[in-house]
Design a protein around this ligand. Structure first.
Ligand SMILES: [Zn+2]
Length: 436
C-alpha cells in the first residue's frame, strides 16, 4: 500500500508531498510522492493530509474502561480502593474482554498503534485475546498483588508468579510478535519483596519480556514505602531489581536526586501521564530534568477513569503545557520533543526496535491524519498542528504491522457499534463493590 501526504518521518524529518510504501508487515520505502508513485504504480494508494508513525502509549489500563466517569474528582487512594479495584475484582471474564476491547478500539481509532497495558489480577488471558483480535500492538501484563489487596484481587505470591509464567509462555511474542508480555506488579504498597524479586526473575528468563509498574506516583505511596523501607519508591524498586533497560515505570513524580541518577544510570524508562497526574492532583513529574539527564521518557494516557480519554494527541498537548507551567517557561518541551516522546521514545520503552519512525525495514505502524478542519487551517508547521491543535478524532486511518485497522476514523477489525452496544448494556447503571 502507498500512503501519501505530508510525511512526518520522526521528530526531526518531514517530507512534504511525500509517501510511505508498506509491503507485508514492513515499510518498503519513504520519499517524495511522485517518485514512489513511479516506482510502485500498482500498489493500492491512499491520500491523507498527514502521514506519521503510529503513536505509542506506554501506560494504559485497558480493563478500566467501565470506570470512566465513575470516579472523578476524588483522591487517588479513594479513587483506587472505592471505585477502580471493585470493578477489577468483580468483572467477569467476558466483561473484561469487552472492557479491554473498548479501550483498544478507542486507542486505535485515535492513532495509538502500540500500548503498554497494565491489566488486572484475573482473566488477563481475555485481554490478550482482545488485543490480538482488535489488532493493536501491545505489551500486556497480568497484575501482581500479594498484599494490601481487597478481597477478590488478593493472590498468593507464588500463585501470581506461576500464572504470570503461564501467560508469558502462552502469549509472549504471539500474534506475529505484535503481542508481548510485561511482568506487572501493581505498585510497591500491594507487592511483597518476594513478589517484586520474583517479577525480576521471570523477566530475566525470557528474551524481550518487560517489567511495568507504577512508581512514585503520589505522596501517599512515597509515605508508605518510606515508612516501611526507609527509602524512596524508585530506590526500593532498584533494590529489588526493578530498574533497568527492560523496565517501564509509570508516573515517577516524586524522586530524589539519587533516584534520578539511578534512573539514568540503569536506562530505566519513564512514562509521563500528564492528564492523569493533573486529574488526581498527584503533582508534576520533573520531565524536563529527566530528559536533560538522558532518561527515556514516553507518554501514557493511564486508564480511562483517570483521564478520561485515550487520545495520544490530547496527551501530547497536556504533556508540554504542564511542563511549561511548571517551569514558567514556554520553551520547555517544544512540539518536536513531545512528538518524539509519543512515538520513538514510546517504542523504545515498549521494547520494539523498529517501531516509532517511518523508515524502510521498520514496522508498518502508520497513521493518517486530516487537516481539513478549522483546527488545521492555516497549517504552518505540522508538529505544531499535531501537538497543539489536532485531536484523536482527526485520525482517519491506522495500520499496525501492515494491516489496516482504522478506515475513515472507524476501527474495522471488530464491529464497533456492537462493542458499544454490549458495553452500554454491561456497564451503564452497574453498581460495583458496595455501590460506591
Ligand atoms: Zn496506572
Amino acid at each position: 500500500m502507498r500512503l501519501s501526504g505530508t510525511v512526518v518521518v520522526d521528530s526531526e524529518t518531514v517530507v512534504e508531498a511525500g509517501a510511505v510504501v508498506v509491503e507485508g508487515s514492513e515499510i518498503a520505502a519513504v520519499g517524495p510522492a511522485d517518485e514512489l508513485a513511479d516506482r510502485y504504480p500498482d500498489h493500492e494508494h491512499r491520500a491523507f493530509d498527514v502521514v506519521c508513525p503510529g503513536f505509542v502509549q506506554t501506560h494504559v489500563h485497558s480493563v478500566q474502561s467501565p470506570g470512566r466517569g465513575l470516579a472523578d474528582d476524588t483522591d487517588l487512594f479513594e479513587w483506587l480502593e472505592d471505585h477502580i479495584l471493585p470493578i477489577e475484582a468483580e468483572m467477569t471474564a467476558d466483561e473484561l474482554e469487552l472492557a479491554s476491547t473498548l479501550s483498544y478500539v478507542e486507542l486505535l481509532a485515535h492513532g495509538t498503534t502500540c500500548c503498554v497495558d497494565h491489566l488486572t489480577v484475573d482473566h488477563s488471558e481475555r485481554a490478550f485475546e482482545a488485543a490480538g483480535d482488535v489488532g493493536i500492538r501491545g505489551v500486556l501484563g497480568k497484575v501482581l498483588m500479594d498484599r494490601n489487596a481487597p478481597e477478590g484481587l488478593h493472590e498468593e505470591t507464588n500463585a501470581g508468579l506461576a500464572e504470570t509464567r503461564a501467560l508469558v509462555e502462552r502469549y509472549h511474542r504471539s500474534y506475529d510478535d505484535r503481542i508481548r508480555y510485561a511482568v506487572t506488579p501493581r505498585f510497591t504498597p500491594t507487592c511483597s519483596e518476594a513478589c517484586l524479586r520474583g517479577a525480576r526473575e521471570i523477566a530475566d528468563e525470557y528474551d524481550g519480556v518487560r517489567i511495568h509498574t507504577h512508581a512514585s506516583e503520589h505522596e501517599s505511596v512515597l509515605d508508605h514505602v518510606t515508612d516501611e523501607r526507609g527509602m524512596g519508591d524508585v530506590e526500593w524498586l532498584h533494590e529489588v531489581g526493578l530498574t533497568g533497560e527492560d523496565v517501564v515505570l509509570a508516573h515517577v513524580i516524586l524522586t530524589s536526586e539519587r533516584e534520578r541518577k539511578l534512573l539514568a544510570e540503569t536506562g530505566t524508562h519513564v512514562t509521563y501521564c500528564p492528564s492523569s497526574n493533573m486529574k488526581v492532583g498527584a503533582g508534576i513529574a520533573p520531565i524536563a530534568d529527566y530528559l536533560d539527564r538522558g532518561i527515556n521518557v514516553a507518554l501514557g494516557n493511564d486508564g480511562a477513569p483517570a483521564n478520561n480519554t485515550l487520545d495520544p494527541l490530547a496527551e501530547m498537548r497536556q504533556a508540554t503545557l504542564l511542563q511549561k507551567v511548571a517551569h514558567r517557561n514556554p520553551r520547555t518541551l517544544p512540539a518536536e520533543t513531545v512528538f518524539g516522546m509519543a512515538t520513538r521514545n514510546g517504542a523504545r520503552a515498549a521494547g520494539f526496535d523498529r517501531v516509532g519512525r517511518l523508515e524502510p525495514g521498520w514496522k508498518g505502524d502508520v497513521v493518517g491524519i486530516r487537516t481539513d478542519t478549522s483546527r488545521g487551517v492555516p497549517l504552518h508547521d505540522v508538529y505544531s498542528y499535531l501537538v497543539y491543535a489536532a485531536t484523536g478524532s482527526d485520525v482517519v486511518f491506522s495500520m499496525v504491522d501492515g494491516d489496516v485497522v482504522v478506515e475513515e476514523g472507524v476501527v474495522t477489525s471488530v464491529p464497533v457499534r456492537e462493542v458499544y452496544r454490549r458495553a452500554r448494556a454491561a456497564f451503564e447503571g452497574r453498581e460495583w463493590g458496595d455501590g460506591a
